[in-house]
Design a binder for this molecule. Sequence first.
Ligand code: AP5
Ligand code: MG
Length: 217
Amino acid sequence: MRMIFIGPPGAGKGTQAARLVERFKIPHISTGDMFRAAVKAGTALGQQADEHMKGGRLVPDELTIAMLLERVAEPDARDGFMLDGFPRTVPQAEALDAALGKAGLKLDVVLVLEVPDDLIVERIVGRRSDPDTGRIYHLTFDPPPADIVDRLVHRKDDTEEACRTRLATYHGQTAPIIPFYEAQGLVRKVNGVGSADDVTARISAATLTALSARRQG
Ligand code: AP5
Ligand code: MG
């Protein structure tokens, strides 16, 4: 199964992807996580990406596309993947389509997680991540156990100011890829408001419907 997760910052892509990859036994590929790992490792790519990420702007397409295409060509992604945070621009979507087409492969579903802007800032500012396990928490909505609170990380781009730039970037540069995939009949829109369990149930239902529609078509 080849899936893409699209949604504004803080929509719950990482939270939901972590649940779904266990179920579908596919790797979770998050370009944001890959860039953060490169920043932490201090690589040349990480240094370039950090400048853009801190302010909430996109990393340039040429860097992002090269990194992602290399990752999806790895053996664990041969039979499927869940992309979280890629593509984010029309050129990225076109590059992915071209690479898959060349390999004779197709996407199965593009999930668009919808959450209104006015709920996003609260989700982002209260987010904390566990650097040891990768688990995402929220100080109010999904509180971490007391014994790990001290090691949790608050992302550099999780300030209110960077969050507003990320939202504007989403609406200006990423939302236009939705019609690109609608034209291919791949898009399923899912309401991302409610408990994480409710959202998981909606996503599972939407994914199964998309898969059965593709098998029939
Ligand atoms: P990236 O890491 O992809 O960040 P993002 O898209 O802004 O999304 P987030 O990770 O902030 O949110 P999420 O949807 O995963 O939400 P989460 O599950 O954590 O990208 C970061 C940066 O990297 C970009 O700005 C850019 O600079 C660069 N980059 C990455 N990919 C790129 C690309 N393709 N091209 C160019 N640049 C790129 O949830 C958020 C919070 O809400 C958590 O605290 C969680 O506990 C809570 N929560 C989750 N679900 C619920 C719920 N149902 N109810 C209440 N709270 C909830
Ligand atoms: Mg994320």
